[in-house]
Design a protein around this ligand. Structure first.
Ligand code: HEC
Length: 120
C-alpha cells in the first residue's frame, strides 16, 4: 500500500463495495488500458525473458526497455520512433531474432502502446 493512499479512500471504497476501485484510485499512475494490457502480455511472453532475465545468457546483454521512448534514441543510437522499434521487432538486430509473421498489426500496435507506457 503506497503512502499516498490514505485510509479514508480505502474505507470509502470498501463502504461503497468498491474496494478495488478504492485501491486503484490510490495509484500514482493510471491503470493500463485494454490495448496496453494486451501489449504487456505480449511483452511478458515474448520479450521479458531476454530483456529482463537474459535467460539465454547472450554475450550482448539485451538492453533494458523501461522508459524506451523517454529518450531521444534507442540503445543502438538510432532515433527512438515507433517505426524504428517496429522494424527492430520485425527484422531483429544483432543477437535479437526477428518476429516477422509472429504479430498481427493489432498486436504490434498493442506492444508499442505498452512500450510507450515506459513498461508499467
Ligand atoms: C533472444 C533474446 C531477445 C528477445 C526474445 C527480444 N530481444 Fe530485443 N534485443 C535483444 C538484443 C541482444 C538486443 C541488442 C541488439 C544489438 O544492438 O545488437 C535487443 C535490442 C532491442 C531493442 C533496441 C534496438 C536498438 O536499436 O537499440 C529493442 C527496442 C528491442 N530489443 C525490443 C524487443 C521487443 C519489443 C521484444 C519482444 C517482441 C524483443 N526485443 C525480444 C534480444 C532479444
Amino acid at each position: 500500500m503506497s503512502l499516498i493512499c490514505g485510509r479514508p479512500a480505502i474505507w470509502a471504497g470498501m463502504a461503497a463495495g468498491l474496494s478495488f476501485a478504492g485501491v486503484a484510485g490510490c495509484q500514482s499512475v493510471p491503470a493500463l488500458n485494454p490495448q496496453q494490457t494486451e501489449g504487456k502480455h505480449l511483452y511478458d511472453v515474448r520479450c521479458a525473458h531476454c530483456h529482463e532475465d537474459n535467460d539465454l545468457a547472450l554475450k550482448k546483454v539485451p538492453p533494458d526497455l523501461h522508459g524506451l521512448f523517454d529518450r531521444q534514441t534507442l540503445p543502438s543510437g538510432i532515433p527512438a520512433t515507433d517505426i524504428a522499434v517496429r522494424q527492430n521487432v520485425l527484422y531483429g538486430k544483432g543477437l535479437m531474432p526477428g518476429f516477422a509473421g509472429r504479430f498481427t498489426d493489432e498486436q504490434m500496435a498493442a506492444l508499442l502502446a505498452y512500450l510507450h507506457t515506459g513498461l508499467r
